[in-house]
Each structure stands twice: as structure tokens, then as C-alpha cells.
Design a protein. Structure first.
Length: 232
């Protein structure tokens, strides 16, 4: 594997064993139901919320931990920010959809739009925003129970992967990519994406990005990724 972001591994897209993941994550993937959620193909990303409803089970929030910090924006705001964020320089699903349509892949780069906190929420506070966008067990359950939000959440992962030249649904390289659609060696974002997918139990996307990581990250970054996921 090369650290050169412009280089393509000749083995890209082969369905090889995912060796770098922790045992617990490998077990999660191997025991997951074969039928998984889909946010559509790159050609047809739209998916009716009703297609997801059979996956959503009733929830009991009484025993779940909540984010009760006064800085937390709330579940409704988290839903809205995922789809639309008015702030300049901040990204959201609608802005990333526009950027992908216009093939402005630089918008997805570290120097482009910033969006990880509300598009890929995680159970831990962040260094930048503290508890503002932190989601604990109750918030995760509420968000997952909204089939429309879950579809949009998964679409965000699809777009980021697309900007890296990866079809997250097919678990393979996107043919005839733009030269700007490539892995930009930004493991910090990939770590947040993995952490969020684990928290929201999106096993099919964990597996797809695990294949992508094994094919594109060097040994040092893979080890760092594995240690990060073990700690969390």
C-alpha cells in the first residue's frame, strides 16, 4: 500500500479478509443479518422512508443514558443540521449533494466544508464543540427510529466515500473517477466515520469502509485506527 494519495492499489476492490479490525468488530460483521439497509445506489440515491420502517423496532428510553448537558443542541436540531446547515464553511447533506453533482470534490477535503460532528455523530464529546453534538444511547435510539433521518445519515457516508472514489454499497472502486476523487489521507475523518457507524450499528458500511481502509491506509494508520476503535 502506498501513501501517495494519487496512487491506486492494483488490489483495490478485491473482497479480501479484513484482518486489521478488532475481534469484536469482526464478530459483529460476521454475525450480522445478511439483509442490510440501503440508501440506494450512486445512480439512484433516493430511498423511500417506508423501505426502512421494517428495520425500526420500538424503543424504550427509560433505561437509556441521555445527553443532559446544557450545551447539547437536541435531537431535532441534530436532524436539521444533518440536512441543512446555514453556517458559512459548514457542510450538510444538501451542500454535499450539490458539491457532488458539480464534481467539486475539494469541498470534501479537510480544507473544504466541515461537517463531521452532526453528520457522523458519536457518543463522545469533541475537542471542538464539547457536548454540543454528542449523542448517547437515548439520542442514538431516537435518531435511528426516524427512518427518514437514517436514510439521510447513510447517504452522507455514501457521498464521502464517493469523493474518495469508493462505492460504499458495492464495496469497490467507482469506475472512471475524476482525478480528484481519491483518498486524501485524512484518517481523522475516517476514524469519526467508523466510530459513528459502530454507535449506530450500520454493519454493512463498517464492512465496506474496512475493506477500503485495508486497501488504502498504511500500516501505521491502520494500527492507529484499530487502537482508536478498541478504546471506544
Amino acid at each position: 500500500m502506498s501513501q501517495d494519495v494519487g496512487d491506486r492499489s492494483p488490489s483495490w476492490g478485491k473482497k479480501k479478509p479484513i484482518k486489521w479490525l478488532s475481534t469484536s468488530l469482526r464478530d459483529l460483521i460476521s454475525t450480522a443479518p445478511k439483509k442490510t439497509l440501503s440508501s440506494g445506489s450512486l445512480e439512484n440515491p433516493a430511498l423511500a422512508a417506508s423501505d426502512l420502517e421494517e428495520k425500526i423496532a420500538p424503543i424504550d428510553l427509560s433505561t437509556l443514558e441521555h445527553n443532559e448537558h446544557p450545551d447539547f443542541v437536541g435531537v431535532d436540531a441534530m436532524k436539521e443540521l444533518l440536512r441543512r446547515h446555514p453556517g458559512p464553511g459548514f457542510g450538510c447533506l444538501s451542500k454535499l449533494e450539490d458539491a457532488a453533482r458539480q464534481k467539486r470534490w475539494s469541498a470534501f477535503h479537510p480544507s473544504g466544508l466541515q461537517f463531521d460532528w452532526w453528520m457522523f455523530p458519536i457518543p463522545e464529546p469533541s475537542n471542538t464543540f464539547g457536548h454540543k453534538y454528542q449523542v448517547k444511547a437515548a439520542e442514538i435510539a431516537l435518531l435511528k427510529s426516524d427512518s427518514s433521518w437514517l436514510c439521510d445519515y447513510r447517504r452522507g457516508f455514501q457521498l464521502i466515500a464517493q469523493s474518495w472514489g469508493w462505492d460504499i454499497e458495492k464495496r469497490d472502486e467507482i469506475p472512471q473517477c475524476s482525478e480528484h476523487q481519491r483518498w486524501i489521507r485524512y484518517p481523522a475523518r475516517l476514524k469519526k466515520m467508523f466510530r459513528s457507524l459502530v454507535a449506530f450499528e450500520q454493519v454493512d458500511y463498517i464492512e465496506s469502509l474496512s475493506i477500503f481502509a485495508e486497501l488504502n491506509l498504511d500500516a501505521k494508520d491502520l494500527e492507529s485506527m484499530k487502537n482508536f476503535l478498541i478504546r471506544h
